[in-house]
Design a protein around this ligand. Structure first.
Ligand SMILES: Nc1ncnc2c1ncn2[C@@H]1O[C@H](COP(=O)(O)OP(=O)(O)OP(=O)(O)O)[C@@H](O)[C@H]1O
Length: 426
């Protein structure tokens, strides 16, 4: 049933749901639009409406062919409780769905998508905006033109919503597989966190799994800080060098977005015709074919879940009561671990890669059958390691910082004085 949003827009049917609300196909004065209507319980928070209004300029100001433009912000509605973002309608799937269908992308396609998003980040960073939640779910693919165009969406929205719920106190906010190590260590998020997340996405597009994912979110965060990404068999040397540089633990060692975009574009012609990397397929019956990593990491993670009584890998909603479309871990909020906590436990649990011809080890992220097998295979050492991580996790709904550290606030425009490509979040 059609519904009015403000006086200019009508929504018709649901395009999808995220943790913060529902995205509708809508109609505005200039044609079709996508309308993200925030969940009622979020919109009921008067502070939130104020913060959205305050960030209106930043939300509406970004214009780039690889950014999903926010056209309008509607606060009000019939019962004065709607908050809706009116966006450009993107005709095509999000990158997560595309990857789930394809398993792995050919290097050229993966690099072209990443270059598009790096171009979007270059513009945002130059405007002093850090995205802070770059992941396949937030990259939409416009498939209507001659080639696929990737567009980055959701600038700063998750952080605007998440911050106040916790009274301004915070910790790690983000999606564990893509969270840069400096965030886990409690440093303020600068532009380099987006580079880290984006190149994690690139790795995932090539491999079918993220470099440090698998198992309990706490184990994933620990690997972000302590582990080195495993080289992908058959990856062109120049591409691997670039990935390594952008996954550097030290943010200053990573490329800036504008450099990353141009280096990736330079690589494109040399990747023409290369097939997806031959890294192996999941065992039959593993559920959606996504990845083929060796069992080590997941066995460790799942064993830790079981032994520590921690929740299994599943959606960790941004806010209580969220009902996203998928069961992927999305937003997680947790206390920043202290140095001693980071130093101990789960080393050596990062995925090892199965080279072509080696026996299959199981799917990285999906499939109850595979999870059960990995649990049986888990080692006692992994139980101890990952179990230690669970202690410092605090999930949504109760995430105030236990150690009283400074909050991790939302992305905002920097008033000036910083390097243009390295905005800070004050
Ligand atoms: N501008 C848009 N045009 C077309 N479809 C969109 C647009 N924005 C979002 N969608 C679709 O709506 C769905 C939900 O998007 P939303 O941004 O709410 O959630 P998400 O990013 O998948 O998850 P989360 O918010 O939990 O991180 C996605 O499947 C996406 O493909």
């Amino acid at each position: 049933m059609a519904r009015n949003i403000g006086s200019h827009y009508t929504t018709h049917r649901v395009l999808g749901r995220g943790s913060a609300g529902t995205v509708w196909l809508g109609e505005g004065p200039e044609g079709p639009v996508a309308v993200k209507v925030l969940r009622e319980d979020l919109a009921a928070d008067p502070d939130l409406a104020e913060r959205f209004a305050h960030e209106r300029h930043a939300l509406l100001g970004l214009e780039h062919p690889n950014i999903v433009g926010v056209r309008d912000l509607v606060i009000g509605g019939p019962d004065a409780r709607d908050i809706a973002l009116v966006m450009d309608l993107v005709r095509g799937p999000d990158l997560r769905s595309h990857l789930e269908r394809e398993r792995r992308l050919a290097p050229r396609d993966a690099v072209a998508i990443t270059a598009d998003v790096a171009g979007a980040l270059a513009v945002a960073h130059a405007a002093g905006i850090v995205h802070r939640d770059v992941k396949p779910e937030n990259i939409l693919l416009d498939t209507t033109g001659p080639g696929t165009r990737a567009l980055l969406t959701d600038f700063g929205v998750a952080k605007l919503i998440d911050e106040p719920r916790h009274g301004g106190k915070g910790g790690v906010v983000g999606t564990p597989d893509y969270v840069a190590p400096e965030i886990v260590e409690g440093l303020p998020p600068r532009a380099a966190v987006d580079i880290y997340a984006l190149v994690t996405v690139l790795y995932e597009l090539l491999a079918g799994f993220t470099p440090f994912g698998g198992g309990h979110p706490g184990a994933v965060l620990r690997r972000q800080v302590t582990e080195k990404a495993a080289e992908l068999p058959g990856i062109p040397g120049e591409l691997w060098e670039l990935i390594q540089q952008c996954l550097a633990k030290a943010p200053a060692s990573r490329l800036r977005a504008v450099e990353l975009a141009s280096r990736l574009r330079e690589l494109l012609p040399r990747l023409d015709g290369l097939p997806p990397l031959d890294i192996g397929d999941p065992d039959p019956g593993d559920g959606p074919p996504r990845a083929a990593a060796a069992a080590g990491a997941d066995a460790a993670g799942d064993a830790g879940e079981e032994a520590s009584g921690a929740p299994p890998r599943a959606a960790v909603p941004l806010v209580r009561g969220a009902a996203p479309d998928s069961e992927r871990v999305t937003h997680t909020r947790m206390r920043v671990p202290d140095a001693a906590e980071l130093a101990g436990g789960a080393h050596g649990t990062a995925r090892t890669i199965r080279a072509p011809g080696q026996p299959r080890a199981g799917s990285a992220r999906h499939g109850a059958a595979a999870r059960r097998r990995r649990r049986l295979a888990a080692t006692a050492a992994a139980v101890v390691g990952v179990g230690a991580v669970g202690g410092w996790l605090l999930f949504s709904g109760g995430g105030d910082s236990a150690d009283g550290r400074a909050p991790v606030p939302p992305a905002v425009v920097v008033p000036g004085g910083e390097r243009p490509d390295e905005p800070v979040v004050p």
